[in-house]
Design a protein around this ligand. Structure first.
Ligand code: GDP
Ligand code: IMO
Ligand code: MG
Length: 424
C-alpha cells in the first residue's frame, strides 16, 4: 500500500503529529520534497521533537527515507541526527536512507536567499534556509548531489567548476564572494560528506521493492498545498511542488501504486510569511487563536497569521490532491469561541464564488462570506471519542465534512499521540 500525506492549507497543519501517529502501520516513511524550511513537531509523552528533514516516522520502527527531490542542508541533518541520538533514538544506515541524488544546500544558497529577500521590495518572507536557490541549481543542473559531497575529490572538482559563476552572482547581489571557496567551510562540508556517505541509497528502488513485497509505504510532504510552486499563491510560495502528485514524481513511484491520499487539515487556517489569507483575523481574535494554538513557526519562531476555516481554499486543495480522507487537527483550539465561523465562499468582483480565483492578486481581493455555527465551552483535550465531543463541536466537524465532501477519518485535540481519535 502506498499512502501520500500532504498539508491541505499553508503548512503547519500538524503533519508531523499525524505521520507519527500512523507510522506504526507503515514499513517505510519517506520525505519527498522541501528542506529544512519545514518544521514538523512530534510530541511523545513530555518529549517534543522538532524535525526539519528526517521523516516523522523516525520514532517508530519504520525505515525512514529522504528522497532525491529534497534539498538537504547537511549540517542541519547532522544536528538532527545528534539531537535524536541524545534522546536515545537509533539513527544509523539501517534506519535512515538518503538518496544519492539529493541536492545539497550549500552555504552560498543560504547567502543568496538572504540577499535576494532583503532586496525584494515586496517580501515573500522566506525562511532564509537557501531552499529557493538550491532548487534553482537543481533545475539549472548546477547542483551538488549527495554522492558528490560524499566523495572528497568529486566534491572539490565540482565546486571548482561551479565556484566562478556563484562568486559572480553573489558579488552582483551585493554579498561577499569569498564565502564560495572559504577553506574552512569547504573542509566542514567534506567532513559532513564523510559522515553522511554511509546513509546513501536509491530511494525509488527501495520503495518499489518494498511495495512489490507487499509492504506499506508512506510519503510525507512538507509545507502545504497553497505553497506549491506551480499551483500555489505565487509568488508567495515555496520552491517545490507540495501536492500529492509530486510524491510520485519525486520518489520515483508510479501513480498506479497510490492507495490513498490523506489530507492534514487544521480546524482553522494559518500562514507564516507573506501572501493573501482571505479569512485572516487581525486584532484580538487573531491573537487569541495564535496563543491558544501555539501558532509560532517551528523553524523561524515567527508568529503565524491565523484565520477562520477557508472552504474555497480547501476545495481547491481537494482538487489538487485527490484526497481520499482527512485528518482534522487542532479542534481543541476553537474552544471558547462563539460563534465559530466557516468561510463558505468569497465575494469577488461583486459576485459570489465558491472556488478561489486562479491568480494571487485576485485572491487578495476576495471578501470571505461566512456561515456561523454556535461554539462550545468545554475543553476537548481529554476527549477520546467522537461521541464524547460537545454537540456543537460534533456539529462543526460534521458541517465541515459535508461541505468538503471527503470523510474526516481522524480528529486531533492536542499535540500528544493519545490526543487523537478515529471518526468511524
Ligand atoms: P507540521 O509542519 O504540519 O508538522 O506542523 P507543526 O509541527 O509545524 O505545527 C503544528 C503544531 O501544533 C505543533 O506544535 C504540534 O505539536 C501542534 N499540534 C498538532 N496537533 C494538534 C492538536 O490537535 N491540538 C493542538 N493544540 N496542537 C496540536
Ligand atoms: P511545514 O512543513 C509553513 C513558507 C515561508 C514563506 C514561503 C517561502 O512545517 O509545514 P521558503 O523558505 O520555503 O522559500 O519560504 O513558504 N514556508 C512554510 N510555511 N510551514 C512550512 O513548512 C513552510 N515552509 C516554507 O514562511 O512564506
Ligand atoms: Mg511546520
Amino acid at each position: 500500500m502506498f499512502t501520500i500525506i500532504t498539508g491541505a492549507q499553508f503548512g503547519d497543519e500538524g503533519k508531523g503529529k499525524i505521520v507519527d501517529l500512523l507510522a506504526k502501520d507503515y514499513d517505510v516513511v519517506a520525505r519527498f520534497q522541501g528542506g529544512n524550511n519545514a518544521g514538523h513537531t512530534v510530541k511523545v509523552g513530555s518529549e517534543v521533537y522538532k524535525l526539519h528533514l528526517i521523516p516523522s516516522g523516525i520514532l517508530l520502527e519504520s525505515r525512514v527515507l529522504i528522497g532525491p527531490g529534497v534539498v538537504l542542508d547537511p549540517e542541519v541533518l547532522m544536528e538532527e541526527i545528534e539531537m535524536l541520538k541524545g534522546h536515545k533514538v537509533r539513527v544509523d544506515p539501517a534506519k535512515l536512507g538518503i538518496d544519492a541524488k539529493t541536492s545539497i544546500i550549500m552555504p552560498y544558497h543560504i547567502e543568496m536567499d538572504g540577499l535576494r529577500e532583503a532586496a525584494r521590495e515586496t517580501k515573500i518572507g522566506t525562511t532564509k534556509r537557501g531552499i529557493g536557490y538550491a532548487y534553482i541549481d537543481k533545475v539549472a543542473r548546477d547542483e551538488v548531489r549527495l554522492a558528490e559531497l560524499a566523495d572528497r575529490e568529486r566534491f572539490l572538482a565540482r565546486l571548482e567548476e561551479l565556484a566562478p559563476q556563484k562568486e559572480k552572482e553573489i558579488a552582483v547581489m551585493g554579498g561577499d564572494p569569498k564565502l564560495v571557496r572559504d577553506p574552512a567551510l569547504i573542509e566542514k562540508y567534506v567532513e559532513l560528506g564523510k559522515q553522511l556517505a554511509p546513509f546513501m541509497t536509491d530511494v525509488s528502488r527501495e520503495i518499489n521493492e518494498a511495495l512489490d513485497a507487499g509492504k506499506h509505504v508512506m510519503a510525507e510532504a512538507a509545507q502545504g498545498t497553497h505553497l506549491d510552486v506551480i499551483h500555489g499563491t505565487q509568488k508567495f510560495v515555496t520552491s517545490s511542488s507540495t501536492i500529492a502528485g509530486s510524491a510520485c514524481a519525486n520518489l520515483g513511484v508510479g501513480p498506479t501504486r497510490v492507495g490513498n491520499v490523506i489530507a492534514i487539515v487544521k480546524a482553522y487556517i494559518t500562514r507564516v510569511g507573506e501572501g493573501p489569507l482571505p479569512t485572516e483575523l487581525s486584532g484580538e481574535l487573531g491573537e487569541r487563536l495564535q496563543k491558544a494554538g501555539g501558532e509560532f513557526g517551528t523553524t523561524t519562531g515567527r508568529g503565524r497569521r491565523c484565520g477562520w476555516f477557508d472552504l474555497p481554499l480547501l476545495k481547491k486543495a481537494i482538487a489538487l490532491n485527490g484526497y481520499t480522507e482527512i485528518a482534522l487537527t487542532k479542534l481543541d483550539v476553537l474552544t471558547g469561541l462563539d460563534p465559530v465561523r466557516i468561510c463558505t465562499g468569497y465575494r469577488f468582483n461583486g459576485e459570489g464564488t465558491a472556488y478561489p480565483p486562479e491568480l494571487t492578486e485576485e485572491l487578495a481581493e476576495c471578501e470571505p462570506v461566512y456561515e456561523d455555527l454556535p461554539g462550545w465551552e468545554a475543553d476537548l483535550t481529554e476527549v477520546k471519542a467522537f461521541e464524547d465531543l460537545p454537540e456543537n463541536a460534533r456539529n462543526y466537524v460534521m458541517r465541515l465534512e459535508k461541505l468538503m465532501g471527503v470523510p474526516v477519518r481522524y480528529i486531533s485535540v492536542g499535540p500528544g499521540r493519545a490526543q487523537t481519535f478515529k471518526k468511524e
